[in-house]
Ligand binder design. Structure first.
Ligand code: NIG
Ligand code: FE
Length: 424
C-alpha cells in the first residue's frame, strides 16, 4: 500500500487565501490538511500526483469558494435577559447614552446576568455562537463585562471558555470588567477601578481563561485615566490590551491605545486624525463595528479612508451584544462594513480573517490559508467572494471544517451560478 500523505484534499475550489490585500486569490485551487493543519495549498494543476494518491479523502468543491474559517474578534454573546425595552425606547427617540444614564442599557443586562445561572448563560450563548458558526465562524472572541463584580465576571469568562464544548469554534475570552461603573460604586469610582485592578484582574489571571483585557473609554463609562489604569494592570500581567475607543465622543481613545501598546482600538467613530496617526505608528489594529453604528443610528463613521491611507490594519466584527449590536448575521455585518463604512469587499473579508487573527494575536496560527496553519476552513456556494458582502440573506456556507474535521456538510444554496473550475 503506497503512503498516502494527507488526511483530506479539496479540489475543484477557488481559494481566497487572505495572504495579500487582494485576498490572495487562487483559481482552480486545491488545499490539503493533515493532523488538523493545512498541509498544502496551491493550484490543482500543481498537485504532485493524482488526488486519490495524495489523500485518504478527496472532496470536490464544484467551483465553490474556500476561505479561512471566519474570526469574530469582538463579541459580547454571554449575557442574561434581553434589551427589547431599550430598543423600543430608542425607537421613540431616547439615546443610548440617556438610557444608560437612567439605569437601563448595560446595567439592565448586568442585573439579568448576575441573576442567571451558568447553565442558563451557557444555553443562550451557545445558541448565539451556533448562529455565528452557521456563518463560517471558527474562532470567537467573547468579552465579560455584564458582571461587574468579581464572582460574576469570572463566571462569564468560565461560561465563555466552556462554549468550545458546544460549538465547533475556539473561544478567546476577554476581561471587560471596566465596561461601566456599577451603581453600588456610583459615588466611589476610584474604588471600583481599584477593585478591577487589584482583585478582578489578578483573579482572572489565576482562573486562566482570559487572554486579553478591555475597557470602555467613554463619557458614560471610564475616563482615559481609569481605562489606562485597567489596561496597564492587565497588560503588565501578560494580557493583550484592547480598548472600546472613541465610539460616542472623541476622548483620545485611539491615541491612548497606541500609547499603551494595546493590540486594538475598537469602534472609532470619533477617532481624530492624530489618533489615526498614533495607531499607525504603534501598529494598533482598528476593529470596526458597523452593527453598533447601524443599531444606534450613529451620526459619524470611523475614518476608514484615513486608516487605509496610514496602513492601519482594519478588522471587522459583529460586536454581537444585546444593546448596541444584536446581530449574529455575519453577512449583514460584511454588508454594513461596505455600505455604511465604505470598506471594499476585500477589506471586509480580510477584516473577518487575517486582520481579525492579528487582533487576537493568533496571526501565526490562523486567519490565512497557508501550510502549517490550523485547518479551519469555510466553503461557500458563491460565485465571487464579494457575494458574501453583497447579498443579505441566508448563509451560503456549504461546509465548515474545524481543525481538519468536517463539522458542517452539504449546506449552501443555489442562488449564484458557480463557475466551472478545472479539476484534476
Ligand atoms: O461594544 N460600547 C460598549 N459596549 C458594547 C455595548 C454593550 C451593551 O450595550 O450592552 C459595544 O457596543
Ligand atoms: Fe463591544
Amino acid at each position: 500500500m503506497p503512503h498516502i500523505p494527507w488526511d483530506r484534499l479539496w479540489t475543484g475550489v477557488n481559494l481566497a487565501t487572505m495572504t495579500d490585500p487582494s485576498m490572495g486569490i487562487v483559481r482552480d485551487g486545491a488545499i490539503a490538511c493533515s493532523g488538523g493543519r493545512i498541509a498544502w495549498v496551491g493550484r490543482a494543476a500543481d498537485l504532485p500526483a493524482e488526488p486519490e494518491r495524495l489523500a485518504a479523502e478527496v472532496i470536490r468543491g464544484g467551483g465553490a469558494w474556500l476561505t479561512p474559517g471566519f474570526i469574530d474578534c469582538h463579541t459580547h454573546i454571554v449575557f442574561g435577559g434581553d434589551r427589547t425595552a431599550d430598543f423600543r425606547r430608542r425607537l421613540l427617540g431616547e439615546s443610548y447614552a440617556d438610557i444608560a444614564r437612567a439605569g437601563g442599557g448595560i446595567m439592565s443586562t448586568v442585573r439579568a446576568t448576575r441573576r442567571a445561572s451558568n447553565e442558563e448563560l451557557t444555553v443562550r450563548a451557545a445558541a448565539r455562537a451556533a448562529e455565528l458558526s452557521a456563518w463560517g465562524v471558527t474562532t470567537i472572541e467573547i468579552k465579560s463585562g455584564y458582571g461587574l463584580d468579581p464572582g460574576t465576571e469570572l463566571r462569564m469568562l468560565e461560561v465563555a471558555a466552556g462554549l468550545a464544548r458546544h460549538v465547533p469554534a475556539d473561544i478567546s475570552p476577554t476581561l471587560l470588567a471596566a465596561h461601566t461603573i456599577p451603581p453600588e460604586y456610583a459615588d466611589r469610582r476610584r474604588e471600583y477601578v481599584r477593585l478591577v485592578v487589584e482583585e478582578i484582574v489578578p483573579a482572572a489571571l489565576e482562573q486562566d481563561h482570559a487572554t486579553a483585557v478591555d475597557a470602555f473609554c467613554e463619557g458614560i463609562a471610564f475616563t482615559p485615566d481609569e481605562a489606562c489604569a485597567v489596561l496597564e494592570a492587565g497588560m503588565a500581567a501578560g494580557l493583550h490590551g484592547r480598548l472600546h475607543a472613541d465610539q460616542l465622543s472623541d476622548l483620545g481613545g485611539g491615541a491612548l491605545a497606541a500609547s499603551l501598546g494595546a493590540r486594538s482600538a475598537d469602534h472609532l467613530e470619533y477617532l481624530s486624525p492624530e489618533g489615526v496617526r498614533a495607531m499607525a505608528a504603534a501598529d494598533v489594529c482598528a476593529v470596526l463595528l458597523p452593527g453598533a453604528a447601524h443599531t444606534l443610528g450613529a451620526d459619524r463613521r470611523p475614518p476608514v479612508g484615513a486608516l487605509r491611507r496610514e496602513g492601519v490594519t482594519m478588522a471587522l466584527a459583529t460586536d454581537a451584544n444585546p444593546g448596541s449590536s444584536p446581530i449574529t448575521h455575519v453577512g449583514m455585518i460584511l454588508n454594513l462594513g461596505c455600505i455604511l463604512f465604505g470598506m471594499s469587499p476585500e477589506e471586509a473579508l480580510l477584516g473577518f480573517t487575517a486582520a481579525a487573527a492579528k487582533v487576537l494575536c493568533l496571526e501565526r496560527d490562523r486567519g490565512t490559508l497557508e501550510p502549517g496553519k490550523r485547518a479551519d476552513l469555510a466553503l461557500w456556494s458563491v460565485a465571487d467572494p464579494a457575494d458574501l458582502c453583497y447579498w443579505v440573506g441566508a448563509s451560503p456556507l456549504a461546509s465548515l471544517v474545524k481543525d481538519g474535521a468536517i463539522v458542517v456538510a452539504g449546506g449552501g444554496n443555489t442562488k449564484w451560478p458557480l463557475r466551472r473550475v478545472k479539476t484534476t
